[in-house]
Design a protein around this ligand. Structure first.
Ligand code: KIV
Length: 281
């Protein structure tokens, strides 16, 4: 929750105020790569901001990672708004982007606008994200016209899991790469301030990043993107099992948390916790 990380040696990031979409664009324009993480709660939001993460996504991945749903599809606006409020409360400087969940924008610009307005009014978000290319351009235009910053999302779009035929397929190979590039251009023309590229070949990540003026935010799109995003539980080593190739755990949180819980269970069983130092006289 401190602004210290923003007073970095470059002095390029603003101190003591919220980062805006113009700040993110300016960083990209000067060739500075910046980081995003997902966050769904007040504590992790504060930690990530402190670490220098410039923007946080209250992603619909919370459906699976927080709420235990089998996919991202069931999470509701109300659920995401509660989490967005917590992330905004935990931060002073990070830009908070809230996901528009499945069913909250596909029907058209009017419903998209109503739900995006809820994210800003009730959740306190500073921007919203939605999935898709040309087919969501009318929605992007309507939101931007209403003063709502929009982040696009192309490549592997989990809300379309049932037409993509699974969650592990790399997208954008062959002709699909040309279509993705065209979609990215359309999103930029419609006024999107950034585009997430998920699970696409690194070469396509490079091409889209070179073609667009707005920042590309890669997740499994190679090192050529202007920014990177990871699901925080993947970044911290809390998730387990078979993870996508692009996930690099930067911590050992699952093992650390389990070890702490085991120690607690053992000390309670042995009667050594609480000891006098942790008891009231
Ligand atoms: O919901 C989410 O967490 C996302 C990221 C994976 C980009 O969309």
């Amino acid at each position: 929750m401190s602004s210290a990380v923003l007073d970095s040696s470059t002095g390029a990031w603003p101190a003591g105020r919220r980062i805006t979409i113009s700040d993110l664009q300016a960083a990209t324009d000067r060739g500075e790569r910046w980081s995003m993480l997902t966050s769904y709660d007040v504590l992790t939001a504060g930690v990530f901001e402190q670490a220098g993460v410039r923007a946080l996504l209250v992603g619909d991945t919370s459906a699976e990672l927080v709420l235990g749903y089998p996919s991202t599809l069931p999470v509701t606006m109300d659920e995401l708004i509660s989490m967005t409020r917590a992330v905004v409360a935990g931060t002073r400087t990070a830009l908070v982007v809230a996901d528009l969940p499945f069913g909250s924008y596909q029907a058209g610009p009017e419903v998209a606008l109503a739900n995006a307005v809820r994210h800003l009014k009730e959740g306190g978000a500073h921007a919203v994200k939605l999935e898709g290319g040309g087919r969501v351009v009318p929605q992007v235009r309507a939101l931007v016209a209403a003063g709502i910053p929009v982040m696009g999302h192309l490549g592997l779009t989990p809300q379309s899991v049932n037409v993509l035929g699974g969650m592990r397929r790399v997208q954008g190979r062959g002709d699909a790469g040309e279509r993705l590039l065209a979609d990215a251009r359309e999103l930029q023309r419609a006024g999107a301030f950034a585009v997430v590229l998920e699970s696409v070949p690194a070469e396509l990540g490079n091409r889209v990043s070179a073609a667009l003026r707005i920042p590309t935010v890669g997740i499994g799109a190679g090192p050529g993107c202007d920014a990177q995003i990871l699901v925080w539980q993947d970044m911290a080593g809390l998730t387990s099992g078979r993870l996508p190739r692009f996930v690099k755990p930067f911590g050992t949180m699952r093992a650390d948390l389990e070890a702490a819980a085991r120690q607690y269970v053992a000390e309670v069983a042995a009667g050594s916790y609480p000891d006098p130092a942790h008891s009231y006289a």
